[in-house]
Design a protein around this ligand. Sequence first.
Ligand code: XMP
Length: 311
Amino acid sequence: MRFYPKKFIREKIEEIRKKVGDKKALVATSGGVDSTTCAVLAQEALGDNLVVIFLENGLMREGESEEINKFFSKRGIELQIWDVKEKFFEALKGKIDPEEKRKAFREVFYKTLGQALRSYSVDFLIQGTIALDIIETQKGIKTQHNVLAQIGINPAHYGLKIIEPLKELYKPQVRRVAKELGLPKSICERKPFPGPGLAIRILGEVTPERVEKIRMATVIVEEMIKSDKIFQVFPVLFSDKATGVIEGKRVLGDVIAIRAIESKDGTAGQPYKIPWPKLEKVRDKILKTVPGVVKVVYDITPKPPSTIEYI
Ligand code: XMP
């Protein structure tokens, strides 16, 4: 079926206005294409009756918070920044199981949003859930951080009424809507980044120190491995330690995997063939920059049977 972004925007603006009426709504943005498109769509629909919040969860990439802030202030939206790093780290403390980590993230995320809705006297939460999020949760592949109804959680439990204007769309369509809304290329073409952020790129416990390691490696990987063919590229920190030799001494250190995936919309994917010399340069930079890493491996698994992310 053909997709007409202009028509979609018109209809969704109308729908948001009808649902929210003269009440207020809130969008929590992560700076990604889905939530940012959602925020701009909601701004078009509601003007000053929209609050945009950014939860500084300690799991974002380097410089991301500043970039997001800049974008929204350019659009005349005063971004509400809530520093809730400690709450997230507290909830993730000691958790190793992937689903438990996702659950912990989700709990803090929605509890905090519930508080935000109350503190800004807002009735509606507008969120950028897309079709893939819903499908993967329904199939039981994993629980996305933002799909509540599908996993049997009543949004009312968190004091929420939820509107999901993008839920029928896949990523390429969201990008077309973003473009039609006049969002800059840097956002329209932004690679997907999951809501739970760097937490899902860490196997084992998520601690501030481990997040810092993966954050450093992410800067390297994103800067050095670029191609239009790549859907997502990122490093992952393993939980088990491996043996290495540093300054002539046998040590147990960290293992980092590099994942680069070609995909249309994330439903399936093939590993991108990073040229070997490039891979070696990335390896060297990671070994030199990220403390304690003794092995860098390259993940060549397609989706399926693997998923794109590691948890
Ligand atoms: P998987 O790992 O299931 O990922 O192959 C498919 C796409 O979904 C993204 N992803 C998430 N996005 N919240 C999100 O907003 C999540 O909990 C989440 N988990 C995975 C992933 O980055 C990929 O683009």
